[in-house]
Ligand binder design. Structure first.
Ligand code: ZN
Length: 438
């Protein structure tokens, strides 16, 4: 498959509208930007026209809408314009505004899709940045929100929305592409519960709010200027907000977001977790793709076979078996491993003996698989020809290869093992085991 490239806008295009919170007129202009620039907001109304990076580090508040800021400069309610840019395939752009908030439009992302299409989306010369979900991530929010992120080779969102007392419960699952976003998600408008906005209206905090830019739910009644655009418009808007909030990662997600009653708060928290993980991975010298499909064992399956548990489980998963005698396991070592705290402070290196332990665990899985029983425990008898060739440091992914070289009866076995990091051998050894009943 051809490498996907970064995209920006073909030309600058703008429009004006009303801001939700102040009710004032605001002009917004989308400008093209060079590769690796990302999305930045520019406050044209302030001295020196400061810019704010649409990055998770700049996330300030998540009350009802998403606010980002740098220093004392803020931009509010950025999620709809970010959702449209991200989903329509724009990686690099400047969002110029002469106020602290983009125009609310009709409460959906339709106006932003329109302006992006007027500007056109053009290819640039550098590959896109992706965040590949490798392990499930799960987060729970205070208000019953639940987010789970699963590996997927596409960007999918499955969302369940439920209002107070489970009113207006809606579910939708779809792959997010420019076409599905434009057709199914962008037109979905913001919705609010009357009991939530009443106090804000009294305090004059949403001066630009009206039935023209939000659907208001009062009891079982739905109030809006125009009828609902979709029967399940609310869950579609929730998906729109998820896309906008996760755009703050700065990488395109390859994964499946499963969201139950999501909020800006929990979306922002997930974006933080993913950005942190992305930062950790970027310190690795080479991204490795983990082969998926038949033959491997995930961490649950590994734990069904091995009796080892944290902090002594040294295998995250088995990538695959080759015939009856070979097996490859994987372990990602993070700064959170307990041994790094003392080995050594300020200079973390994975102890070599733990790499030997990892080899032994992978070899045991191979042997248990052959013996078709887990009613035994493998004990080390000897480790020969052990060599440690390179230090293993936080952020490394170790690929643990084990090959069965000798087997005597059901009780004795010998395996030749080595560990690779970035295709270089970091350690090796020949291990002998005996198996005893539990
Ligand atoms: Zn929204």
């Amino acid at each position: 498959m051809a490498t996907e490239l970064q995209h920006t806008l073909g030309k600058a295009v703008g429009f004006s509208g009303t801001s939700l919170h102040t009710g004032e007129k605001v002009s917004l202009r989308l400008q093209p930007a060079p590769v690796d620039h990302g999305i930045k907001f520019k406050r044209k109304d302030l001295q020196d026209e400061p810019t704010i990076d649409a990055k998770i580090d700049n996330l300030k508040t998540v009350e009802r809408a998403t606010t980002i800021g740098e220093g004392s400069v803020r931009v509010h309610t950025v999620e709809h314009v970010l959702a449209a840019l991200s989903a329509m395939g724009v990686d690099n752009a400047i969002v110029e505004m002469d106020a602290n908030e983009p125009p609310i439009g009709d409460g959906s992302a339709q106006i932003y899709v329109d302006v992006i299409k007027r500007a056109s989306v053009i290819e640039q010369e550098t590959p896109r940045k992706f965040f590949y979900v490798r392990e499930p991530v799960h987060l729970e929010g205070k208000t019953g929100a639940l987010l789970v992120l699963l590996p997927d080779d596409k960007f999918r969102i499955s969302c369940t929305q439920a209002g107070p007392n489970s009113r207006f419960t809606q579910f939708l699952s779809m792959e997010i592409t420019p076409a599905t976003f434009e057709r199914e998600i962008a037109p979905a408008r913001t919705f609010v519960y009357y009991e939530d906005v009443e106090p804000l209206m009294e305090k004059n905090l949403i001066r630009g709010g009206s039935l023209e830019n939000a659907v208001v739910v009062r009891g079982d009644a739905v109030l809006s200027k125009e009828p609902l655009r979709f029967e399940d418009e609310f869950v579609r808007h929730k998906i729109l907000d998820i896309i906008g909030d996760l755009a703050l990662i700065g990488h395109r997600i390859r994964g499946h977001v499963v969201a139950v009653k999501p909020s800006h708060a929990v979306n922002g928290e997930l974006a933080r977790v993913l950005a942190r993980e992305q930062g950790r991975r970027s310190t690795l010298s080479l991204p490795r793709t983990i082969p998926r499909g038949e033959g491997g064992l995930d961490s649950d399956e590994v734990m069904q076979i091995l009796p080892h548990r944290y902090p002594f489980l040294m295998v995250d998963r088995i990538i695959g078996f080759e015939g009856e005698t070979k097996c490859i396991g994987m372990k990602t070592v993070t700064m959170n491993e307990p041994f790094f705290q003392g080995h050594f402070p300020g200079h973390p290196v994975m102890p070599g003996v733990l790499q030997v332990e990892a080899m032994a665990q992978v070899a045991s899985i191979l042997l248990f698989k052959l013996a078709k029983t887990t009613n035994r425990v493998g004990y080390f008898m000897s480790a020969d020809e052990v060599k440690f060739r390179k230090p293993v440091v936080p952020g490394d992914t170790i690929f643990i290869h084990a090959e069965l070289t000798k087997q005597r009866g059901e009780r004795l076995a010998k395996a030749k093992c080595h560990c690779l990091v970035n295709d270089a051998v970091v350690s090796e050894g020949e291990l002998m085991f005996t198996f005893l009943d539990k």
